[in-house]
Each structure stands twice: as structure tokens, then as C-alpha cells.
Design a protein around this ligand. Structure first.
Ligand code: DOR
Ligand code: ZN
Length: 356
């Protein structure tokens, strides 16, 4: 086995799926993403959701105000698809450079998905327009049918909705977000070149047992929910394979402590503070560190048709202790207590410095 390097200098990564929230939570969490990632695809599931170019432009300004300008962080905005979204609004927002993509939440599939799409037939004009103008569709791929077991919802979504959708819209670029199953890995690997998938650090690190380790663990709960070990193994294989259609998307999704530690706790894992380090741990364990850069910094821009970042970020092989709790907040604001993913664990890699 090749010796493990002591440092890694990689092209600066982007996060192709993140929840930055709004208000005080935005000011608490956005700097964590901006510190490491140059660009991020920002999810539109605010209350109310981002459904217009004007709302997205205003949200982008609030994000930029929340981060250190010297990072050069660039939020890439998305439109939230609803049953009544106007294709013209998507086209206008895309043409103006406000919208990079549009997000499909099946209605009620997850946090703030109440206004999502109840039937794909309702958004046919929007999808046709997106296909025509080259605007990517980002999909939360889970059925919401209560008859379907929560652990099967991704697999069933593929056969009921995703496969037919790709056949109907053969030119539409689609990102199957945060995939969690061996079935999704196989489907994407065998799919058309217009199809790609993001993979989160948490779905590479935990299986469903993590939610029940010694008691009920709300910090390991997200949607799509973590699956059996065989699925985690398949995801690790996909992420580290060097196959360009799998790339980095953290799905970092912070919630307040009250919202997590509740009788009906919210779905979402907050991994922004150590996401890149977490991916590095996985790639090292899989003997694939030399493929981390492509997964984190090359395949995403290639799929989106955007330039790669030119500056580099350095990881050093020094133990990083992930705190049990982080108190994050904007200047003069009361800090938000947030439990980071892998709290209390020691990761083998940490970020050293950025060089231009
Ligand atoms: O776990 C999740 N949290 N999954 C999602 O799809 C949404 C996200 C959130 O916004 O909290
Ligand atoms: Zn998400």
C-alpha cells in the first residue's frame, strides 16, 4: 500500500448542495462554508421559499453580507419549484445570472417542502424551458407516499419518477441530490451523461445504526435517512471511484437545538465546519486520496459547465478534534449552539492554509 502523504494541496472545492438558512442562523453558519468552499449551490427551502429571481437576488445579498468578503465566496442561487411556478420566471432568473439551477422538492418530502411539487405533471412547462436553456434540475429524490417504507423512498422514486422523467426530458441536466442507496449509485452510473449525483459526508460516514446508538440520536437524523451498511459501502465506492458523475455536496443543514432535540425533531445534519476534512478521512480510508481533488473540485464545475477554481487549499495530516458543541454567531448576536457532525471525534486531516 502506498504511504499516506502528510499533506495534500488541492484545488479549492465548491459545495454543490448546502442549506445556509436566513437571519441569525445564516450569519452563524455561512462563514463556515465560505471559509473553505469558493462557491456553493444554496438551497431555496426558506420560509417562504425562494420562488422568484428578485427573492433569490435579495437572499444572495444577505448571504454575501454574512461572510467575509476576502474569501471571494460566491453563492449560486436556486429556484424552488412549486406547482404553479412560471417557466418565464425561471428563464428570466437564469438569463440574468441569478438562478444557477432549480430545486425539486416533492411536496412534504422534507424540511420546508410543504410548497413543493405535488405532481410532476404540473411542472412540465418549467422542465421544458429548463431543458431548452440548459438550466439544471436538482432533485430531492424521495417519494412521499406514506405507504412506502421510509428506507425505500429513494429507490421507489427512481422507478416511479426519476427514470420516466429522464426519458421525457432527454436534454435536461439533472442532479440526483444526496444519494443514499446502492440503487441510486447503480442508476446514476448507468444513466445518461445528463445525469449526476451529489454525495454527502454523512452518508459516507454513517449507516442507519447511528440514529439508535445507545438511544435516539437526533443529530444523525437527516433526509434522505441514512440506510444500511451495504448502501454506505456502495456510496463510498461511488465517491472514490473517479467517476465524474459523482461529486461533492455536503447538504449541511443546521437546525436550532430545540428543533433537533424535540419530540418531532427536524431532519438535517450540520457538517459545514469540517466537511472537507470528513471527506478526506473517507478517501484516505478507501485508499483514494489522490481522487479527492477531482470529487471535491473538478467534477462539479464540469457538470455545471462552470470554470474550476484556480486557487488551492492545503490539508495537513494532523489530528482535528471536532468539538461537542459549537457556538456560532454574527458579531453582537447571541451565539447559536450547534452540534457539528462527528462531534467528539478526531479526524486525521485538517485544513492548514489557503494560498493564491
Ligand atoms: O436532512 C435534511 N435537511 N434533508 C433535507 O432534504 C432538507 C434539510 C433541511 O433543510 O433541513
Ligand atoms: Zn438538502
Amino acid at each position: 500500500m502506498a504511504a499516506i502523504p502528510r499533506q495534500l494541496l488541492i484545488r479549492r472545492p465548491d459545495d454543490w448542495h448546502v442549506h445556509l438558512r436566513d437571519g441569525a442562523m445564516l450569519r452563524a453558519v455561512a462563514p463556515e462554508t465560505a471559509r473553505v468552499f469558493r462557491r456553493a449551490i444554496v438551497m431555496p427551502n426558506l420560509l417562504p421559499p425562494i420562488t422568484t429571481a428578485a427573492a433569490a437576488a435579495a437572499y444572495r445579498e444577505r448571504i454575501l453580507a454574512a461572510v467575509d468578503a476576502s474569501t471571494g465566496f460566491e453563492p449560486l442561487m436556486t429556484a424552488y419549484l412549486t406547482d404553479t411556478i412560471a417557466a418565464a420566471e425561471l428563464e428570466r432568473g437564469f438569463a440574468e445570472g441569478v438562478f444557477t439551477a432549480a430545486k425539486l422538492y416533492p411536496a412534504r418530502a422534507t424540511t420546508n417542502a410543504e410548497a413543493g411539487v405535488s405532481d410532476l405533471a404540473h411542472i412540465t412547462p418549467a422542465l421544458e424551458a429548463m431543458e431548452r436553456i440548459g438550466m439544471p434540475l436538482l432533485i430531492h429524490g424521495e417519494v412521499t407516499d406514506p405507504e412506502v417504507d421510509v428506507f425505500d423512498r429513494e429507490e421507489v422514486f427512481i422507478e416511479r419518477h426519476l427514470d420516466p422523467l429522464l426519458r421525457r426530458h432527454q436534454g435536461l441536466k439533472v442532479v440526483f441530490e444526496h444519494i443514499t442507496t446502492a440503487e441510486a449509485v447503480a442508476f446514476v452510473a448507468a444513466g445518461p451523461p445528463t445525469l449526476a449525483a451529489t454525495i454527502t459526508p454523512h452518508h459516507l460516514q454513517i449507516n442507519r445504526n447511528a440514529m439508535f446508538r445507545g438511544g435516539l440520536r437526533p443529530d444523525a437524523y437527516c433526509l434522505p435517512v441514512a440506510k444500511r451498511e451495504l448502501h454506505r459501502i456502495a456510496l463510498r465506492g461511488a465517491a472514490t471511484s473517479g467517476e465524474p458523475r459523482f461529486f461533492l455536496g455536503t447538504d449541511s443543514a443546521p437546525h436550532s437545538r430545540q428543533a433537533k432535540e424535540s419530540a418531532c425533531g427536524c431532519a438535517g445534519i450540520f457538517n459545514a465546519p469540517h466537511a472537507l476534512e470528513s471527506y478526506a478521512q473517507v478517501f484516505e480510508q478507501e485508499g483514494a486520496l489522490e481522487r479527492l481533488e477531482a470529487f471535491a473540485s473538478e467534477f462539479g464545475p464540469r457538470f455545471y459547465g462552470l470554470p474550476r477554481n484556480e486557487d488551492r487549499i492545503e490539508l495537513v495530516r494532523q489530528p482535528l478534534e471536532v468539538p461537542l458543541m459549537m457556538e456560532l454567531g454574527g458579531a453582537g448576536e447571541s451565539p447559536q449552539p450547534l452540534v457539528p457532525f462527528q462531534a467528539g471525534e478526531t479526524l486525521p486531516w485538517q485544513i492548514k492554509s489557503a494560498t493564491d
